[in-house]
Design a protein around this ligand. Structure first.
Ligand code: ZN
Ligand code: ZN
Length: 147
């Protein structure tokens, strides 16, 4: 087992679940990947697991902190939590739905500083930026100019 699979196995065990071949398969489809939609995830299982089981597995993963959801408008994408990937944030394009990871120490320091100034001990935070990617920005500006 890889280190990541060991963490997965421990997390499952801690919550009274065992590592099954289906859970492991879903996990391995998510690791090291960009956030993906349920649809994309289902596609990548190549029919090896039925839809209902995939939803159940992700539901469990969400619940015990293996995966997290990124809300993009009324949709969402799934990714592994910081336990399996370096802590990061995202820029999400509202037009093409591209998700760009961002990882800046300055941002982390600033967030910690904002909290500690208030005498607050920060444990976790979520910062998501939504807008238009470089490509789509051009299109959006053009469309606005034409109107
Ligand atoms: Zn875009
Ligand atoms: Zn952060």
């Amino acid at each position: 087992m890889t280190t990541a699979e060991n963490i997965l196995s421990t997390l499952l065990k801690d919550h009274g679940y065992s590592i099954t071949s289906q859970r492991l398969l879903v996990f391995n489809l998510l690791i090291g990947q960009e956030p993906m939609t349920m649809h994309e995830l289902i596609d990548r299982t190549n029919g090896k697991i039925d839809r209902a089981s995939i939803y159940r597995i992700i539901g469990l993963f969400d619940q015990i902190g293996i995966t997290q959801r990124l809300n993009i408008g009324w949709k969402y994408k799934i990714e592994l939590t910081d336990k399996f990937a370096e802590h990061h944030h995202h820029l999400t394009c509202l037009n093409c739905h591209k998700v760009i990871p961002i990882n800046k120490n300055e941002l982390e320091d600033f967030i910690a500083q904002l909290a500690t100034v208030q005498g607050f001990t920060p444990i976790d935070h979520q910062v998501e930026i939504q807008g238009y990617c470089q490509n789509c920005s051009k299109k959006v500006t053009k469309a606005k100019l034409l109107n």
